[in-house]
Design a protein around this ligand. Structure first.
Ligand code: 3IO
Length: 707
């Protein structure tokens, strides 16, 4: 079950010639693929491309009807390898993933497909996860485009242009026998707009038809001597063909005035932010009518020497707005103006930050600096630095952490308890929500080396008299961890413990199904138990615990694994459903039951204010966002007490932790019953009566002792 359903939106993908399409960037991309006669689609989810995968998935019946093959790939490497279908056959194919991490994973297949080249258009749609909202290392996909010679499109975030670039991307790929990457920043994925639809096109040749009549050309396979010839072909044929296509079809755009002594060159994807910055400087309007020439690189690799020369000629200085580092485009522009013997100064990172996201505010400052140095008469007046809206100290510090009711939290609470007994553990962390264990309140996890690589990251660690622990998510396990982690540990006779966090989904990427998911989606084979898979590659000590919320049980299982005399790698599968997905799943069911007048029971936890001493060890051992503090009702005590606020989903970990750690008796569980039946009402009345009587007695005793 994915984070968002696009079942309603995908209806628009059926629109025909001339009809207006309104919606988000990711839907526009999908519509463009269908209009372009794509024959196969694949990919692996990850922000900001997760929702594109969800759109594909929700549109899979429509795709099947058009003869388009779709699959959710096991990893980005799998998705990239699918492009093999475009090597020998005139089949258009598109795959999607999150860059730069996904591109790293895919790079083996990408190098191969880029070397041999393609016959059918091969489009790789990349979610560029760069900037303040990102959770990954800040690297640029541009480097991959350069090293493997694949073209890189970075379209201006406007729906008609994005749709056109998808179609042109296929044509460019076919004209130059080169895979084409289409980079979408998060804003482009979700920008809304309209465009005029065209009819969907059935692929002229389907993957099934192509596979029924196989052909092969050994010159397209990376094997000597063909691989050396690919290098020649890349330089002599594909490069000039690519440049020629981009130039003839005017994929790059010009905005603003025609002639000037200064100008701006910008990555297409940053155009909207640039234009907003210009607007704030009174140098443009909302429609991009800039007061100076702007050259928009919808194709950021390769650059087109003639176009660059024509734009720079007669200009004293040109500002290049290029996000990230190294500044590949700036380097290349300098080379191009030098080769053309132009005296134009290329100004980039000297006035813009070397790294970090280029928001409109950042670009605005950069333009102001550029103008002050190179066109002072047009520069804005110096503004005094604005103090921050709030002093930093006024903003409460709150590290990212597990969701309310997350089933992963008790695993780490249990690990903390085990550490009290066996000492500090070396913990190799993995990509996924469980990575939050590194932050307060858990402080568990020493390194993270990549998706599904938790166990591999621990393989060199053989602590004396102890065992190292690796964490692996179920998503990472199926992505590659089964072989790179578990298989490797068996083969190398490791003695470590891997805790596999099996929450039923690829939770961190938005709740997509994976091979061990418990859901039964119509087009996938799920319910493949992780324990069976690890036993299949030779694990002897494997256990599955089916309720992570049982903190004492988790603690005992982890302790057993760490102290068992048995040699060899150990695997503990810690199972409980991702709470976000669980809530998404059960909330509509509960709402439906409530509407039908049925009895619905909800569990909530609370803290008895009279018992709580205010030591907050519950908060320190769990960190649940629903646990907060409130002032102590006891006039003789100063410390604020713990309090469970309304987001509580009743997972019970706070209470479990308190008991397992022998902390605190102040937690209570409440059952909130909607549409109670007669027994519920009777019980309620009886309880009210007993409690009322006891309270009255206690009130009387207090009154008797009152001053
Ligand atoms: O969705 C995210 O934020 C991720 O980082 C997940 C992800 C998807 N593919 C990957 C490949 C390597 C590392 C992380 C991911």
């Amino acid at each position: 079950m994915a984070e968002r359903s696009f079942k309603a939106e995908v209806e628009q993908l059926k629109l025909g010639d001339g009809e207006p399409f309104h919606g988000e960037g990711i839907l526009a991309v999908t519509k463009a693929l269908l209009q372009a006669g794509v024959a196969y689609v694949g990919g692996y989810q990850g922000s900001p491309i997760s929702h594109l995968m969800d759109v594909f998935s929700d549109a899979s019946d429509l795709m099947a009807g058009l003869g388009v093959h779709f699959e959710s790939s096991a990893s980005e490497a799998t998705a990239a390898a699918m492009l093999a279908a475009s090597v020998n056959y005139p089949l258009r194919g598109a795959v999607a993933w999150k860059s730069v991490v996904g591109t790293n994973v895919a790079s083996d297949a990408l190098s191969n497909v880029a070397s041999g080249g393609v016959t059918g258009g091969a489009l790789i749609i990349l979610g560029e996860d760069y900037g303040e909202g990102s959770s990954i290392m800040q690297e640029r996909t541009h480097a991959f485009a350069m090293k493997s010679q694949m073209w890189l499109l970075d379209p201006r975030p406007s729906l008609p242009l994005i749709v056109d670039m998808v179609e042109k991307g296929f044509e460019l790929s076919e004209a130059s026998n080169t895979p084409v990457m289409l980079e979408l920043r998060v804003r482009a994925c979700h920008v809304t707009g309209s465009f005029t639809a065209r009819d969907n096109r059935r692929p002229p040749l389907t993957v099934a038809e192509a596979a029924a009549a196989p052909t092969r050309d050994t010159n397209r396979i990376v094997l000597p001597p063909a691989n050396f010839l690919h290098e020649v072909e890349k330089i002599e044929k594909r490069w000039p063909a690519g440049i020629d296509f981009v130039r003839r079809h005017r994929l790059n755009e010009h905005f603003g005035t025609e002639r000037d002594e200064i100008g701006i060159i910008v990555q297409g994807g940053l155009f909207n932010s640039l234009n907003r910055a210009l607007e704030l400087l009174d140098l443009s309007d909302a429609f991009g009518n800039a007061a100076l020439p702007v050259y928009v690189l919808n194709v950021t690799y390769p650059l087109i020497p003639d176009e660059v020369q024509a734009f720079c000629a007669g200009k004293r200085a040109v500002l290049v707005v290029e996000e990230g580092q190294p500044e590949f485009i700036e380097h290349e522009l300098n080379t191009l103006v030098r080769r053309a013997d132009l005296q134009t100064r290329i100004i980039g990172k000297d006035v813009l930050p070397r790294a970090g996201e280029y928001t409109a505010a950042v670009i605005k400052d950069g333009i102001a600096r550029f103008l002050r140095a190179h066109a002072p008469d047009r520069a804005p007046a110096e503004e005094p630095a604005q103090p921050p809206a709030l002093p930093p100290g006024a903003v409460p510090q709150r590290p990212a952490g597990f969701c309310t009711g997350c089933p992963e939290r008790p695993i780490f609470s249990a690990m903390k308890l085990v550490q009290k007994e066996v000492g500090e553990l070396h913990v190799s962390a993995d990509i996924g929500c469980h990575l939050f264990s590194i932050l307060p309140p858990f402080h568990i996890g020493n390194t993270t080396m990549g998706y599904g690589l938790g166990t591999a990251g621990a393989s060199a660690f053989k602590p004396e008299g102890k065992r190292a622990v690796a964490i692996m998510g179920d998503g990472g396990f199926w992505h590659n961890g089964l072989t790179s982690g578990i298989g490797n540990a068996v083969f190398n006779q490791d003695d470590n413990l891997t805790i596999i966090v099996d929450n039923g989904y690829s939770a961190a990427t938005g709740g997509q199904d994976i091979p061990s998911s418990r859901a039964r989606p119509p087009h996938r084979q799920t319910n493949n138990p992780i324990e069976r898979a690890v036993r299949g590659v030779g694990i002897g000590w494997a256990q599955t615990r089916t309720r992570t919320y049982d903190v004492a049980g988790m603690r005992d299982a982890i302790r057993d694994a760490l102290t068992s005399p048995e040699k060899g790698p150990k695997v503990l599968v810690a199972q409980s459903e991702c709470q976000l997905n669980r809530q998404r799943r059960i909330k509509p069911q509960m709402a439906k039951a409530l509407r039908a007048g049925e009895r619905v029971v909800r569990e909530r936890f609370g803290v008895d204010p009279d018992t709580c001493t205010g030591d907050h060890s519950c908060i320190r051992l769990s960190g649940c966002p629903s646990l907060t503090i409130r002032s102590n009702p006891d006039p003789l005590r100063q410390d604020p007490i713990a309090h469970v606020e309304n987001s509580c989903v009743g997972c019970g970990v706070c209470g479990e932790v308190s008991h397992a750690a022998v902390l605190c008796p102040s937690f209570y569980k409440a059952r909130i019953i909607a549409n109670p039946n007669r027994r519920d009402r009777l019980r309620h009345r009886l309880r009210g009566w007993v409690i009322g009587a006891l309270q009255q007695r206690s009130a009387r005793r207090l009154a008797a002792r009152a001053f």
